[in-house]
Design a protein. Structure first.
Length: 290
């Protein structure tokens, strides 16, 4: 047991170090994913913001939805929404606008002392498990690249994607996929790996075993592997991490779903030839070399 925990710890230490060294945070999630025209709400004084928020949550017409944590209401005539926790009486007398990285990746722009949060509204519709629109499998490659970059930026803030379709907003007009919920990263002692390609496939894939879905997932898997291969030769700062274990896991999932095609195998051969498994160092070697 001790050995297994130690190996997981070393593997993830090296995994994080190598990934962050090669793929520095580029703030893509915060600046390039969604554009908002107005910040007038945030320029108001605290008293006026409180008044606007109270009016928003008092009108059921502004109700957007509820999750495990709380209810979300739209704030009319702004680009924002507000969330407050279940079974709490929100106190809105003070507002904080200095967000930590883990708050920024979840689109939070302001918080009250009681944990009420004001967030950016994301244009589009929430995906539903098993009812994903077919067009999400045939979006331009750049749509998926942006999704991977969101996951990568969140990882730099020690946040990870909660892998479920309902945590993605699909903007049909702009062909955009935006993640709306990242949670705190699991302990490295649990052996959790950074697997953006596998996570995206598992989240978005068609969820039944029909011939049509198998065809859809086969083509979707091919597209994801093609993006990984093309990413190998990119040198700009907005680069998706292409990691051996992640791509190997994706291929295993495709095989399990009977969706691993000859084309996918060709991409895998290229990736196998150009990627190496992460080298495992002892903790002593890691901390003394760096």
């Amino acid at each position: 047991m001790i050995s297994a925990i130690g190996n997981n710890f070393v593997n993830n230490i090296n995994y994080r170090y190598n990934t962050q060294k090669k793929y520095p945070i580029n703030n893509y999630l915060l600046h390039d994913t969604v554009s908002f025209k107005s910040t007038k709400l945030l320029s108001q004084n605290a008293k006026d913001i409180t008044k606007i928020v109270k009016e928003a949550i008092s009108n059921e017409k502004n109700f957007i939805g509820a999750g495990a944590e709380g209810k979300v209401f739209s704030i009319p005539n702004t680009e924002y929404c507000v969330k407050f926790l279940h079974d709490t009486k929100p106190k809105l007398d003070k507002w904080n606008f200095h967000m930590l990285p883990h708050q920024e990746v979840n689109h939070v722009v302001a918080t009250s002392d009681s944990g009420v949060t004001i967030m950016k509204k994301i244009k589009g519709v929430q995906l539903s498990y098993g009812k994903e629109p077919k067009e999400i499998y045939y979006l331009p490659d750049e749509s998926y690249r942006k999704l991977f970059l969101q996951i990568n930026d969140a990882s730099k803030a020690h946040m990870e994607f909660d892998v479920t379709p309902r945590n993605i907003i699909y903007d049909k007009e702009n062909k955009a996929l935006t993640i709306i919920d990242f949670h705190k990263e699991q302990s490295i002692y649990k052996g959790k790996k950074f697997e953006p390609f596998k996570n995206v496939y598992q989240c978005l894939k068609a969820k039944d075993n029909s011939k049509e879905s198998i065809k859809t997932n086969t083509e979707f898997g091919e597209k994801l592997l093609k993006i990984a291969v093309e990413e190998l030769d990119k040198s700009d700062s907005k680069k998706i991490p292409v990691i051996y274990d992640d791509l190997s896991s994706l291929c295993e999932d495709l095989k399990w779903d009977n969706c691993f095609s000859a084309k996918a195998n060709k991409y895998k051969d290229i990736l196998d030839a150009r990627l190496n498994k992460p080298k495992l160092f002892s903790l002593f070697e890691h901390f003394h070399k760096n």
